[in-house]
Design a protein around this ligand. Structure first.
Ligand code: GUN
Ligand code: ZN
Length: 375
């Protein structure tokens, strides 16, 4: 196994910016474009690692903020690192805490040094800095580590966006200095700049000067219209080097993934498939359905007749509705399995379409199928 992180650009679509690539990490290879299931607490909720492999998860995401507070990165390190701790032997990407800490609202205070915050668990006080975030992520044993940044709220004044983006650039430089690259882990920078094209460009310029293994676009899916999110991708992605992976953080719906791929995104993560599953919202080739609806009371069909997943091969909508209405644990297990299969299978189809030079046709089909009525 190679210890070196690298990215191969295998194919560039000629009718869009879509790309087919391969990310090599010290823990294995990732075929891109890829969707990364979210495992905030060192578990993708309701999924055994074996089930994650069954639905073809290639890499999962874990959170610095949560694992730092509980059970603590030193404990995880003493137990052999996060891979062994959670029994997951494929790549892990950790987010830096730059998103979770900033979601705490009044419970945090930002300074040049970092962010002082109170734990959402017990109110205890802690500080995360660029240096400590990298230290925590390296102690956890993440294969891809994210720079410590501020995910800027939307809307914010241009003045605030400018100040925050500049600070995130200074923090990014400190992250690069703190990163011990000898262990083979990769460090990604995160582009900020809010909804301003010139500030996005300035952020990219700062990060390129520092130099990272890959580049993420942050500060999206923060309440803006989808069209504005696509504008930000249109301004930002062409400025990023073609020979490095590009990751759009916290995005999104199946439509957002297709639109992101069209614009040149290689990596995505989002709680949407897993969180929606636990709320009874299921993704299908003909759009979203809510399994609690009375129309599914005696429906013998699987969630999606076009889906080949374990759940759709074995269970009716009527049974899944019953489990959900009864508050059964198995409802979360089966719904999550189906939704992750849907997202990961969609990305597999996207990769095959790009390879075969028929991504645009695939995209048109994707939208056409969603016009159809629920079978
Ligand atoms: N997750 C979603 N958006 C962001 C962001 O802007 N920064 C970080 N660190 N994580 C994110
Ligand atoms: Zn299914």
């Amino acid at each position: 196994m190679s210890r070196e992180f690298s990215f191969d650009l295998l194919k560039q679509d000629d009718q869009s910016q879509a790309r087919r690539g391969r990310v090599h990490t010290r823990q294995g290879t990732i075929e891109t474009p890829v969707f990364m299931p979210v495992g905030t607490q060192g578990t993708v909720k309701a999924m055994l690692p074996e089930s994650l492999k069954e639905v073809q998860a290639q890499i999962i995401l874990a959170n610095t903020y949560h694992l730092f507070l509980r059970p603590g990165h030193h404990l995880v390190q003493r137990l052999g690192g996060l891979h062994r701790f959670m029994n997951w032997d494929r790549p892990i990407l950790t987010d830096s805490g730059g998103f979770q800490v900033f979601s705490l609202g009044d419970l945090r205070k930002i300074s040049e040094e970092g962010v002082r915050f109170q734990s959402h668990l017990d109110g205890s006080s802690h500080t995360l800095t660029p240096e400590s975030s990298i230290e925590v992520q390296q102690a956890l044993g993440a294969d891809i580590i994210m720079a410590f940044d501020e995910c800027i709220p939307y809307p914010s004044s241009r003045e605030y966006v400018l100040d925050s983006t500049r600070r995130s650039s200074r923090w990014a430089r400190r992250c690069k200095q703190a990163h011990r690259a000898e262990d083979g882990s990769a460090l990604f920078g995160i582009v900020q700049g809010g909804m301003h094209s010139d500030l996005r460009a300035a952020s990219v310029e700062d990060l390129l000067e520092i130099g990272f293994h890959g580049y993420a676009v942050g500060g999206l899916s923060v309440g803006e219209e989808a069209s504005l999110m696509y504008d930000v991708m249109d301004w930002t992605l062409p400025l990023l080097p073609a020979d490095k992976p590009r990751y759009v953080m916290g995005v999104g719906t199946p439509e957002n993934l297709i639109e992101g791929v069209s614009r040149g995104v290689d990596m995505f993560d989002c709680v949407m498939p897993t969180r929606n599953a636990r709320n009874g919202v299921l993704f299908t080739t003909f759009g979203k359905i809510s399994i609690k609806q009375a129309r599914y009371l005696e429906d013998p069909l699987p969630i999606d007749p076009a889906c080949g997943c374990y759940v759709c091969r074995n269970y009716s909508r009527a049974y899944l509705r019953h489990l959900y209405q009864s508050g059964e644990i198995l409802a979360s297990v089966l719904n999550t399995h189906h939704n992750l299969h849907y997202y990961l299978h969609l990305m597999e189809e996207v990769r095959q379409a790009i390879e075969a030079g028929r991504f645009l046709a695939f995209k048109n089909d994707f939208y056409r199928r969603r016009q159809a009525a629920t079978p």
